[in-house]
Design a protein around this ligand. Structure first.
Ligand code: F3S
Length: 394
């Protein structure tokens, strides 16, 4: 792999130990995947932020780097943390968990990384442009940026995204190259798609069947960005799909063709089977929306449906701090709180310790959350559409 003189110097340790280690990681990745050179990235997004995921070794690693002067070269956002950074006491987060989580956030902040704590950076102030090279590591955000925006990122791990953030570059391979962005499977959607949960169910079915491929969807008549984020998140979770195209909906689809590709058809029956397979529980003891983190439009929809109602059980809407601020200004947060629910920022149902908070059955409208909750949080799940979930708790 070609390295510039400046890059050779970083590798020889001239810019310090942290930079040498981080750059070496990028060079190793580049060598493994056959990259020809490093390319500059416009932004980075780092996963592995929750204390639940990285534990004490992760806290010590980050503090060590921060104390050695590591500083982000490009705008870098963080994935959700294990708790609402401001309202963790109201969430009943154990104090020891909170202490470690706050140390993690402080270490990132010291490195100049925006302590945004969201899986939807593109809704919260970090929006790449079409064709821009980036290094993101949250699977749903990778799918959204590659597919819906047309930016270019590989499926980075937390360490390689941090390395790209500190070095400002990433190796040029995989989804950064035109040839690797072509579809290799057509998905003909004959199912009716109305609710956002339908898109999550579709993503789950396709991800399960295609694993790592690049689907080209035909037959999706219309979809807004919330529905495309639900589709991509679910497909990334069930099949590691990092890029998809959808006819007349995503920007690169017009340059691609479905003809001649192997074809998979998805019907209403497939979606109903998915709802039933992923629903391992009957009555939720908490309902949580916002996987991926809710947009302002999603929060508005929930707030309007809860107007004047009283919840019988807890309900959270997870979102970014930035979107929550807008929701506060519009009074949506207050409407949800008046009904007995919460708008929770910085975290989500999967990375917060809900299993330690007494919950056993969680209701969700997200295919990704339905897929992850049993393994990550020992939860039974009710996976269904928005109105049915609201009915179950009002
Ligand atoms: Fe985001 Fe948590 Fe879902 S990180 S995509 S809300 S599992």
């Amino acid at each position: 792999m070609y390295l510039t003189t400046v890059e050779e110097k970083i590798l020889s340790g001239e810019n310090g130990e942290v930079m040498e280690r981080m750059f070496r990681l990028l060079v190793s990745l580049g060598d493994i995947y056959g990259a020809d050179r490093m390319i500059p990235v416009g932004s980075a997004q780092v996963a592995g932020v929750s204390y639940k995921s990285i534990g004490i070794p992760g806290v010590e690693f980050l503090e060590d780097y921060a104390n050695k002067g590591a500083v982000a070269k490009v705008v870098t956002f963080l994935n959700p943390a294990g708790m609402d950074i401001e309202d963790w006491r109201e969430m009943n987060i154990p104090p020891t968990f909170a202490e470690y989580q706050l140390r993690i956030m402080n270490a990132f902040k010291k490195m100049g990384i925006v302590v945004s704590a969201t899986c939807t950076p593109y809704l919260a102030g970090n929006l790449p442009r079409f064709g821009e090279h980036i290094a993101w590591s949250e699977s749903s955000a990778i799918s959204f940026s590659n597919s819906v925006i047309g930016a270019r990122t590989n499926r980075e791990g937390g360490p390689s995204a941090l390395a790209a953030s500190l070095c400002g570059v990433t190796p040029n391979y995989g989804f950064h190259l035109d040839d690797n962005r072509k579809p290799n499977l057509q998905v003909d959607v004959q199912a009716k798609l109305e609710d956002n949960a339908d898109f999550g169910a579709l993503g789950y079915v396709v991800g399960k069947k295609v694993k790592n491929k690049i689907p080209y969807f035909t037959g999706i008549k219309d979809a807004d960005t919330d529905q495309l984020k639900a589709l991509g998140a679910s497909m990334a979770a069930s099949g590691a799909v990092a890029l998809y195209h959808a006819e007349n909906l995503t920007p690169e689809a017009r340059f691609m063709k479905a003809e001649g590709l192997e074809k998979l058809t998805v019907t209403d029956k497939d979606l109903e089977e998915t709802f039933s397979t992923l629903s391992t529980g009957k009555e939720p003891d908490i309902v949580i929306f916002g996987c991926p983190h809710a947009s302002l439009k999603e929060i508005m929809t929930i707030a309007r449906k809860l107007e004047g109602k009283k919840l019988r059980k807890p309900l959270w809407v997870c979102t970014s701090r930035m979107v929550k601020e807008a929701s506060n200004r519009m009074g949506f947060t207050q409407t949800i709180e008046a009904a007995g629910g919460r708008v929770v920022a910085d975290t989500c149902m999967v990375v917060s310790p809900i299993e330690d908070m007494g919950y056993k059955v969680t209701g969700v409208n997200s295919g990704k959350a339905a897929n992850y909750l049993p393994g990550f949080c020992k939860q039974n799940v009710v996976f269904t559409r928005l109105d049915a979930l609201l009915e179950s708790v009002t």
